[in-house]
Design a protein around this ligand. Sequence first.
Ligand SMILES: [Zn+2]
Length: 506
Amino acid sequence: MSVPYVRRNLASRYRLIASYCEACNGKYFPKRKICPKCGNNDHLKDISLIENGHRANVFSASVIRHPATTHTRYAPYISAVVELDGYKVPTMLADFEITSDEVDIVNDIIGMVVEPVFRRITEQGDAGVIEYGMKFRPFRSSLFKEYGPYTPKKISHKAGLVSYGVYLPRYKITVEQISATFGTNAETYKRGLALEEKGVGNLDEDTGTYSVEAARRAINHAGIDPQKIDRIWVGSESPPYAVKPTATIVAEAIAAVPYVGGSDREFACKAATDAIPDAIALVNDELTGKSHEYTLVIGADKAQARPGDPLDYSVGEGGVALIFGKTDVIAEPLGFASYLTDTPDFWRREFEKFPSHGGRFTGDPAYFKHVIAAAEKLMSDLEMTPKDFSYVVFHQPNGKFPIRAGTKLGFEIEQMKPGLMVTKCGNLYSGSSPLGFASTLDIAVDNEKILLVSYGSGAGSDASAWITTDTLLEKRERTVPVRDQIEGRVEMDYLQYARSKGTLMF
Ligand SMILES: [Zn+2]
């Protein structure tokens, strides 16, 4: 399909825009200019079929084993028509494994309850545009929330965190699986990295899809109109395009366009936390503040690792979105401090597929030096000690580093535990410390202080201190908790994993 064709159909594909005829109650997808039933053209209303976590039923389905060349990467897959509030939507099923060659698999699918999810549809070759859109995946009631607008209750004098959204993939791979593939000792890696398993996305998921899903959850948590989001930053080291901002895909998919700013940020694993002070300052700024009601910061990655490298055992996937504003703040910032030096501990040269790293050099002169210095500077600026905080969250390249850094700073293990997600999720890169922040906010109560310290290779650390408000508890039922997303994940073998990562193509 041509680029102009893709662009013309973006809204329809990204948000499932349908037409409702107010004259005859006709329902059409995709949207129409004239009602095919009654011929009216001034009574058609645009409706987005994905608002408020809609569920659908599979109406008809077929297994596509030999698709057109544009879709061979995804075969076999299910092409389906789903019925949603009386609208019939042609789509593809996502996160649905076709495990047998039997043809009657379709009978089991018809009537199945599914939910919309933002995914890759196809790519126009290696150099062409990536086509995104909505697919439908098997519905999981444990992750379902009935969202509606949140009536604004409290306007703060200063900006803070208004909401957060986390998206973790449906699949996982264990250290045992990876070890079995490369003939290594799983116990050595489990002990050395202090992690058991990690989340892995499907073939049609990438940093763009993670960013969109996390942002949608954050918007639902806040219960705000996305048109009020004025700036979007996406922090990542694995954007789907080398040149074309992921922020544009997010802005379009969440319907924040067209009066919105934003860009992508790159600073290894601290690309997202680097934007937090800016996001808050922009809302607080009196000069531009009038138009900046909310700002959105996303950390998302589907980072690469050379097969068999220690990174291959630890690189996780997913996205975390944070919305800042002055309305119904759930956590107020107490202060920020950053620490940055030119330290080549981890890098990827242009046109190289996999990153390189300094092995043991990534520890003391890199991670520990920066994390500890940023945390100490902030605590000294605020005249606070580890005892003043209920929780502390560090960047988590593995399970060992954050605990060693925390212990060295004088924190207890109990302060770190709620935010330590790497053991089950792997290192989410830009989303790593934000994921720990979110899982801590999932369980925190009001008036608790949280210290958040990121780390990005290259190298730098951002430390920020927060105090929770009682609004955190009021809005809690609108979140999809991090721990619920780890329950019941489906295990991938190394072949499926390598196919999803793009390190194996067939
Ligand atoms: Zn009509």
